[in-house]
Design a protein around this ligand. Structure first.
Ligand SMILES: NC(=O)c1ccc[n+]([C@@H]2O[C@H](COP(=O)([O-])OP(=O)(O)OC[C@H]3O[C@@H](n4cnc5c(N)ncnc54)[C@H](O)[C@@H]3O)[C@@H](O)[C@H]2O)c1
Length: 435
């Protein structure tokens, strides 16, 4: 009780010392937020090159707010390390390491490594929070026993909670502070302490009764998005066959002020979350209930088939003009997973490039965020986006419409534009083929 009161006191006074394990998009954004909230924070990462760059003031982690990061670096409260020594002095330790998918199932090896490392130095009275996205039961079933190997008892000697990261990279409206936080601890005391920590950083904290509810809430959010994208991706295929404009249909439905939320089709889902998190849920359903989570698995299949569908549609559009895909010059605009963000992880556009190349197309690409691209056997540097390059191409495929693109200019120079994202609304011309 005394230790808890001390920690709460330090949190409320802004004098708590924090360690954030993992300095990717999630961990670095958190470290920056903690420093800017007035607390001392050490960002720890096993990637020595990343730590060196951050120490030199180079913030090249896609999606991290540059202005906020520079403010935090300038404050002197944010430092970086490759070793976890600072954990020994930390009041709060937050784990933000990757949780990829391997063999269709969760790969928790980074969580295991980080928790094992934390256990060797954990200070009695500290709070440990897991932020990495994972399936329900990870905090209690995996992290807790690893931390207790320290000899400290969870709940009595240290607090333990799960709080999912929910930020949407590149979203200028919602960031760390104004996106409500979900917090669920292994016991009410852990929840209270973790909520007190996040209250220093965000406007609103929503507590739930346990870690598993918080873990599953995160998976539900991203699975909801993935399933709805699959719904409209399949709708787009139906609409194409029927000669109906998918976006016109979705925008019309979206005029309903209740009970409908618009999602839009595209070449597939990408990024570190939407394609992967539902796989955790599907995997857990099969493992723990023996049943497939049918809707989730079907939606994953539909989205995963979209790059192939896009390639077929590009082939058809070329065929209509008497050009075969094999040997056709295809100029791809935008290869990151979404507009205005320099993140290639799980990008469906990259899969489209790979497939076009595998079918024998002569693929060039431009993306303001990507200097060179490797996808399967495709390996090429970015081409210059010139009128001549567009005019030389048999097809320009708009896969990720970054804001910097002047698409009217593109349409005027290209003989054929395949628009996978309805980026050319209002500029539909006979040479534009929508998804
Ligand atoms: N990127 C997003 O938009 C987002 C959003 C919400 C949740 N998440 C989740 O948050 C977690 C982290 O995501 P991210 O995008 O920041 O990942 P990332 O891959 O960008 O960064 C993770 C960092 O952790 C480091 N790391 C790996 N193992 C480590 C260890 N044992 N000790 C210290 N550092 C270690 C890596 O070197 C890397 O720098 C994942 O579970 C992800 O699913 C991501």
């Amino acid at each position: 009780m005394k230790r808890r009161a001390q920690l709460l006191g330090r949190l409320e006074a802004g004098s708590a010392r924090v360690c954030v394990i993992g300095q990717g998009y999630v961990g670095l954004s958190l470290s920056v937020g903690v420093a800017n909230a007035g607390m001392e924070v050490v960002g720890i990462d096993v990637d020595a090159a990343r730590v060196d760059r951050l120490r030199a003031g180079v913030v090249d982690v896609p999606g991290v707010d540059q202005a906020q990061a520079l403010m935090a670096l300038g404050s002197g409260r944010l430092s970086f390390a490759t070793e976890a020594d600072a954990v020994a002095e930390a009041d709060v330790v937050v784990i933000c390491v990757p949780t990829p998918v391997a063999n269709h199932g969760p790969d928790l090896s980074a969580i295991v490594a980080a928790a094992t490392e934390v256990a060797t130095r954990l200070k009695p009275g500290a709070l440990v929070v897991l932020e990495s996205t994972t399936y329900p039961g990870t905090t209690e079933g995996t992290v807790l026993p690893l931390l207790e190997a320290s000899g400290l008892k969870a709940g009595r000697d240290f607090a333990l909670a799960f709080s999912p990261e929910r930020i949407d990279p590149g979203n200028s409206k919602f960031g760390l502070a104004n996106t409500p936080r979900i917090v669920g601890g292994i016991d009410p005391s852990s929840t209270e302490v973790a909520a007190a920590f996040y209250a220093q950083l965000v406007d609103s904290v929503h507590t739930v009764s346990n870690c598993r509810a918080a873990e599953l809430a995160k998976l539900l959010e991203n699975t909801f998005r993935m399933v709805n994208i699959a719904l409209v991706n399949e709708l787009a295929q139906l609409c194409s066959d029927q000669g109906i404009d998918t976006w016109e249909v979705i925008d019309a439905a979206a005029t309903k002020p209740f009970g409908f939320m618009p999602f839009y089709p595209g070449p597939g889902v990408g990024g570190h979350c939407i394609p992967l998190d539902p796989a955790y849920l599907a995997w857990q359903s099969r493992r723990d209930t023996g049943r497939p989570y049918r809707l989730v698995e079907l939606a994953m299949d539909i989205n995963e088939a979209m790059p192939d569908y896009v390639v077929r549609r590009i082939g058809d559009a070329l065929g209509d003009r008497g050009v075969t895909l094999r040997g056709a010059r295809v100029f791809v605009l935008g290869v990151t997973y979404k507009p205005n963000v320099g993140d290639l992880r799980e990008s469906a556009a990259v899969d489209v490039v790979r497939r076009l190349h595998a079918k024998g197309a002569d693929v060039r690409f431009h993306d303001p965020f990507v200097g060179s691209l490797q996808a399967g056997d495709f390996s090429r540097s970015r081409s210059a986006l010139t009128g001549a390059a567009l005019a030389r191409s048999d097809c320009v495929a708009v896969l990720t419409p970054h804001e910097s693109y002047d698409l009217d200019w593109v349409v005027q120079r290209a003989s054929l534009v395949f628009d996978a994202r309805n980026a050319l609304t209002g500029a539909r011309r006979p040479n534009v083929v929508p998804l």
